[in-house]
Structure formats: C-alpha cells, structure tokens
Write a protein that binds this ligand. Structure first.
Ligand code: NAD
Length: 302
C-alpha cells in the first residue's frame, strides 16, 4: 500500500509511519516540522500554504490512502490568534487536501472526541458517546474539528472513500508535551507539584497509541467508510492517571487541584462497538502499562 501521512512528525503520525513502514508499506510523511528518525520519505511542507498545492497534489495522487493527521490539537490555549492558527491547520489543510486528492484514494481524517463535548448523561451517570450522537462541542478546538468533518463531507459523501476517526485522549510513546500525562511526568521529574484541572474525580477515556495506530491501519486495509470512535470505552479518573504516573516514575509529587477552564469537559467515554465490529480492533487500554511505556520512552529520548 502507498500511504501518505500528514502530521507525520507528530505524536500519532510518527507512531503510524513507523508501523506502516515496518510491515512493508511505502510511506511518505508530510509535516512542516522535521524530526529525527521517522521511517519513510519525509517531505517538509506547510499544508496550509497555497503555494504548496501542486506538490501536495502530486503526493496525494501517488497514494492509495491518505491519513490526514496534521492539525493544531489541544484545547487549553485560547485567543483569537489561536483560533486563526486552528483555522489554518485544521480547516485549510483539510480543504487543500480534499481539493487535490484523487477520487480513487481512500481518505482517513483524524477528528476528535472533542466533537461530542461532555459525555451525555443518563440516569445521573455518563453514557458512552456513539458515532450517531449529534455533535455538541464545548471547546473551540472541538468546534473546529466538527467544522472540519462537515467540510470534508462537502467534498465526498460518506460512502465514497471517506473515513473519519475520532480518537479519545491518546497516551503512549512520544505523547505531546502539552498533554496531561506528559505534563505530570515532567512535573514529577522536576520535583514540582502536579496540577490537576477541575478535580481528581474527572475522567478521560484514555487510549493506547499503539491500538489507535492499529485501528487507523485497519481503516485503510478494510477501506472503512464513515465515522468511528477510537476510544477504549473505559473512562479513567484523573486520580488513577496521576497514580499511574507516580508508579511509573517510581516517585510522587504533591497534587494541586486548579480551576478548570470551562472548555474542559468532565468526562469522556467512547462507545467502542463500531471499532470492534467494523475494524476488528479491540481498543482496550491498560493505563498502568502504557504509562510505564511512555515514561520509559521519555528516558530513552532524553
Ligand atoms: P501533534 O501536534 O503531535 O501532530 C500534529 C502534526 O501536524 C505536528 O507535527 C505539526 O507540525 C503538523 N502540522 C500542523 N499543521 C501543519 C501544517 N499546516 N502543515 C504541515 N504540518 C502541520 O498531534 P497528535 O497528538 O499526533 O494528533 C494527531 C491528530 O489526531 C490531530 O489531528 C489531532 O487533532 C487528532 N487527535 C489527537 C488526540 C490525542 O490524544 N493526541 C485525540 C484526538 C484527536
């Protein structure tokens, strides 16, 4: 398979490129950032810059499948300036890609669980978010991802070689430095307090990056069309996540609960049925083990 991966220098992209290359796929990665070491051919390009459209078109037409992961993820920073950057990196990159990709090429877009907002409530507790639920983003980031989904659907109907993946808080080797486990590991390393937004009783459906990569590859192999949650289906308390970090690092730090941004949801929870049935992938995640893997990879990279 000839695979084009955008955002190939990023957390999920670099893990995906490595796995595709190791099973013998031909891989080209596009990113505006260059990093050391990823497999396959690396093209340095800003996908939001129209001057690069012709080169993007060449690579997009070469590919059997495009995994579009390039974006500006993260909900925490917020300002009109960040919204402009989100527009560039989430909306314009998708618009450019969809405009040039060949009809025969299967397109897999990384959206986000943020399009659901807080997990819906039923009888006082949270219920898992299903792909058929209406999107109700709370964060600006979630709004941009929901717009990206709608934009892609203006180019292709759901059955026409278009797949949308909605990952839930991904953890593991190479996690972005702005995500909770990474921030807490860095705080423990420095001997500083671990800051938890909103309370230890909040929960995230954390999902192993290696399972997310497996699911993305299954989407390509099975030519899956439509929308699919990439989440484990078991929300873990922030308290459990902090403890997993302490245990993986072999030391503790004081925990300080700080005010959460109103854009932070309380609970995320995926219904993983579609991924299991249609992709044949079990996204069950062992938080404690993956946290150990993530902490070990940090040590190696340091
Ligand atoms: P990341 O920030 O590590 O990787 C994104 C990459 O895209 C970066 O290397 C960046 O340089 C590149 N990029 C951004 N704009 C670009 C542009 N204009 N031109 C070229 N390259 C550009 O993010 P990640 O955590 O690996 O996430 C990958 C995708 O999955 C994103 O679309 C993100 O929104 C989505 N997602 C991630 C998570 C998660 O928990 N990590 C959860 C839900 C959804």
């Amino acid at each position: 398979m000839k695979a084009l991966v955008t955002g190939s220098s990023g957390f999920i992209g670099s893990n995906l490129v490595r796995r595709l290359a190791s099973r013998g796929d031909e891989v080209v990665g596009i990113d505006r950032r260059r990093v050391r070491g990823p497999a396959g051919l690396q093209v340095t390009m800003d996908l939001a810059d129209r001057r690069n459209l012709a080169e993007l078109a060449r690579w997009a037409r070469w590919a059997d499948v495009v995994f579009h992961l390039a974006a500006r993820p993260g909900i925490r920073s917020d300002s009109p300036r960040v919204d402009r950057l989100r527009h560039r990196d989430i909306i314009m990159t998708t618009d450019h890609l969809m405009a040039v990709v060949a009809e025969r090429t299967h397109v897999i877009l990384a959206s986000s669980s943020s399009v659901y907002g807080d997990a819906a409530r039923r009888n006082g507790s949270h219920r898992a978010s299903r792909e058929t639920d209406p999107t109700r983003p709370i964060s600006r980031y979630g709004h941009f991802k929901a717009s990206m989904e709608r934009l892609a659907l203006q180019y292709r109907r759901p059955g026409d070689g278009l797949a949308i993946a909605r990952p839930f808080t991904v953890i593991g080797e190479g996690q972005r430095p702005d995500m909770a486990l990474s921030i807490w590991m860095e705080a423990v390393r420095r001997g500083e307090p671990v800051e938890v937004f909103g309370g230890l009783d909040r929960a995230r459906d954390v999902t192993d990056v290696s399972k997310v990569v497996e699911a993305l590859m299954a989407m390509a192999d099975r030519r899956f069309c439509g929308t699919v949650n990439l989440g484990a289906g078991r929300p873990r308390l922030l308290d459990e996540m902090v403890k997993a970090v302490f245990s993986a690092m072999g030391r503790e730090a004081p925990v300080r609960v700080v005010r959460a941004d109103p854009q932070e949801v309380r609970v995320t929870c995926a219904d993983p049925t579609r991924a299991r049935v249609d992709l044949g992938v079990d996204l069950t995640t062992d938080l404690e083990r993956v946290t150990i893997r993530q902490a070990g990879a940090r040590l190696v990279a340091a």
